[in-house]
Design a binder for this molecule. Structure first.
Ligand code: 5MM
Length: 338
């Protein structure tokens, strides 16, 4: 695959003020979510929910790509149209989550490592043939007493770089997700320190593994205090810390940065993104956008609740969040849009 083609895909993922819909919850995570909302935890309900999301009328106005899980990429609508075909017809790029989840990192209490590298080339070729053009891998970095360790950061970024190299080999754009978790009572300064360390290590490793930075998307966390921190920060401060951390650590060759929401409410995730654009717009060397899961899917999933008759209302809710984040990408979001 020529680097130009990878760059074109990466740029298409962040074009026209659009973003990415992360709908790649593993079966276990999706079931957990369904259980909380009293939705039956079956393959059919998971299929019906994902059908609702991708058939939302007008979604492509705000969404350039959707990340699917292995189960979802193989599914069809109830009238037997493959999900990949629905997305391609809508001109939404098909993405696939290729990591196999996290496990405890041996020897490093409290820290995680992501699995999924074995046989990845073969899986990548299959996904490409099914229409996938980008792929996501999530590494998890936890802040706590004496963690993260260098051992954990280095092991995770090495895997991210190896996966990214394999993606590019198969003509697929890697969406590299090193998530520094919001859980904990740490300060915003600590989040910034750990995120910067992780990103420096990540780009060093991407360089060593000969990954073409012009053909990848970075999916980072925003710089926020831990959810249990007694000192929470206002929107402008989060925007300021986040943009400055990224300016210091992400090379300008990267075409796009699409944030995860990490547990922020839909509204807060839109407000933060908007502040980054309105305060720093002309200074940004890369496109800055969203790749939210929860911050796009709530409240749509609650409205749906597993009931077919709520489909339209749920789709409206999804469209509303997508449209607000697209406005945020122009710095045009305001409270009145809610
Ligand atoms: C949608 O959830 C994704 C998959 O999670 P699991 O493999 O743990 O089930 C997750 O990677 C997601 O894409 C990112 O964390 C972004 O989602 P949020 O909700 O943080 O925006």
């Amino acid at each position: 695959m020529k680097s130009k083609e990878l760059t074109e895909i990466a740029l298409a993922l962040v074009a026209k003020d659009g973003g990415i819909l992360a709908m790649d919850e593993s079966i276990a995570s999706c079931n957990k979510l369904f259980a909380k909302l009293n939705i039956p935890q079956t393959e059919e309900y998971r299929r019906a929910y994902r059908q609702l999301l991708i058939t939302t009328p007008g979604l492509a106005r705000f969404i350039n790509g959707a990340i699917l899980s292995d189960e979802t990429i193989h599914q069809q609508t109830e009238d037997h149209i493959p999900f990949t075909e629905i997305l391609s017809k809508a001109e939404i790029l098909v993405g696939i989550k290729v990591d196999l989840g996290t496990i405890d990192l041996p020897g490093f209490p409290g820290e995680k490592i992501t699995e999924g590298l074995d046989g990845l080339g073969e899986r990548m070729a299959n996904y490409y043939n099914m229409g996938a053009r980008f792929a996501k891998w999530r590494a998890v970095i936890t802040i706590g007493e004496n963690i993260p360790s260098w051992g954990c950061i280095e092991a995770n970024v090495h895997l991210l770089a190896r996966y990214a190299a394999i993606c590019q080999e198969y003509g697929i754009v890697p969406m590299v997700e090193p998530e520094v978790l919001m859980e904990g009572d740490h300060s915003i300064e600590k989040c910034r320190e750990v995120t910067a360390k992780t990103l420096y290590a990540l780009f060093n490793e991407l360089y060593k593994q000969r990954v073409d930075l012009r053909g990848l998307i970075l999916k980072p966390n925003m710089i926020v205090p831990g959810v249990d921190s007694p000192v929470q920060k206002d929107i402008e401060t989060v925007a300021d810390f986040t943009v400055n951390c990224l300016l210091e650590s992400v090379p300008a060759a990267v075409p796009g940065i699409t944030f995860l929401s990490g547990g922020q409410s839909g509204k807060l995730a839109s407000q933060h993104l908007n502040a980054m654009h309105s305060n720093f717009g002309p200074l940004l060397p890369w496109k800055l956008s969203f790749s939210y899961g929860r911050a796009l899917q709530y409240p749509a999933i609650e409205i749906w609740g597993g009931k077919k008759e709520n489909t339209e209302a749920a789709q409206q809710a999804l469209l509303h969040r997508a449209s607000n984040n697209s406005a945020a990408n122009r710095g045009d979001y305001s409270e009145s849009l809610e």
